[in-house]
Design a protein around this ligand. Structure first.
Ligand SMILES: NC(=O)c1ccc[n+]([C@@H]2O[C@H](COP(=O)([O-])OP(=O)(O)OC[C@H]3O[C@@H](n4cnc5c(N)ncnc54)[C@H](OP(=O)(O)O)[C@@H]3O)[C@@H](O)[C@H]2O)c1
Length: 274
């Protein structure tokens, strides 16, 4: 297999201010020439750049909001102008939402689609021409176990992640033979700030043993790109959940999840009345 595009490369990581993205940036800083870290929280990105100042890579901080289509559109242009090329794009930034779709905040749904769907598409489209021209490059998309399964209470989030999964699988076939790697990672529960941004379906956090560490998830994601693996499900719990969904007959999954949906609706209605 050819050399990984990470080594000595210019790498862009979205959502690098926390969680999986921050750990991907930390780990890539030991191998890449430049790591461009992207997110809204500038202070977090600057703290990360400071912590990585002793690493082999140059850390380039780009604070921007991925719901801003114009900012998204010019990011790759600016990075290419500054560093000559983009070798790897890591589409990691994402947000979630939980609840019944009928009562969801329409703005939050729109932002989620902009970050999880539009920004992923826009950035990917922007890096492809130079990668095709060079005959090399890598696109690493962080989807979710919900990108291959479905779940009541997360309808819009599941929809965005199915988009990422479909886009990634299809694009991988579209660039076959060009030298570009397109891979995705579909994690189960990972211990990050993500959970805090999503109202919990339970009245408590997930038990620690259920969640994978973001560092372990990041190294599985990087290994997936190194090995050019189409779809990776890191972590034991994530693997079991995804494979349970894959191996179960659709009718059975629909029945079980419909039952769960009824219970969830009842619980959420009761919560609203309290
Ligand atoms: N944690 C899990 O259980 C889990 C499971 C499966 C898949 N995932 C996926 O993993 C990815 C990373 O999530 P995480 O768990 O590491 O969560 P996290 O710690 O909340 O990180 C999310 C990252 O996305 C960035 N982001 C969100 N909205 C943005 C916006 N409008 N513009 C720019 N950046 C934005 C955040 O930065 P700022 O807030 O600074 O902008 C942050 O760096 C997501 O795509 C998520 O869907 C997570």
């Amino acid at each position: 297999m050819s050399r990984s595009p990470i080594d000595g490369g210019v790498v862009v990581v979205t959502g690098a201010s926390s969680g999986i993205g921050a750990d991907i940036a930390r780990q890539l800083a030991e191998r890449a020439q430049v790591v461009v870290v992207v997110a809204r929280r500038l202070h977090r990105l600057e703290a990360l750049a400071e912590a990585l100042s002793g690493s082999t890579a140059q850390i380039d901080v780009r604070a921007l909001d991925l719901t801003d289509d114009a900012a998204c559109g010019s990011l790759i242009e600016h990075v290419t102008a500054a560093h000559g090329r983009v070798d790897v794009l890591v589409n990691n930034a994402g947000m979630g939402d939980f609840g019944l779709l009928e009562s969801a905040d329409a703005n939050k749904i729109r932002w989620m689609i902009q970050v999880n769907v539009m920004a992923v598409t826009r950035l990917t489209q922007a890096v492809l021409p130079q990668m095709v021209a060079r005959g090399s490059g890598g696109i690493l998309n962080i989807s979710s176990g919900f990108g291959v399964n479905f779940m009541p209470g997360f309808a819009a989030y599941v929809g965005t992640k199915h988009f990422v999964t479909g886009l990634t699988e299809s694009l991988r076939t579209e660039v076959a033979g060009t030298g570009i790697r397109v891979v995705q990672v579909c994690p189960g529960p990972v211990a990050t700030e993500f959970e805090a941004g999503v109202e919990s379906p339970l009245d408590r956090s997930l038990p620690g043993w259920v969640e994978q560490s973001s560092a372990a998830c990041a190294s599985a994601a990087i290994a997936a790109l190194d090995r050019n693996r189409a779809l990776t499900v890191p972590g034991v719990v994530g693997w079991l959940l995804v494979h349970l969904g894959w191996w179960s007959p659709r009718m059975l999954t629909r029945g079980v999840l419909s039952l769960l949906g009824r219970l969830l609706r009842r619980e959420l209605m009761q919560r609203r009345q309290r």
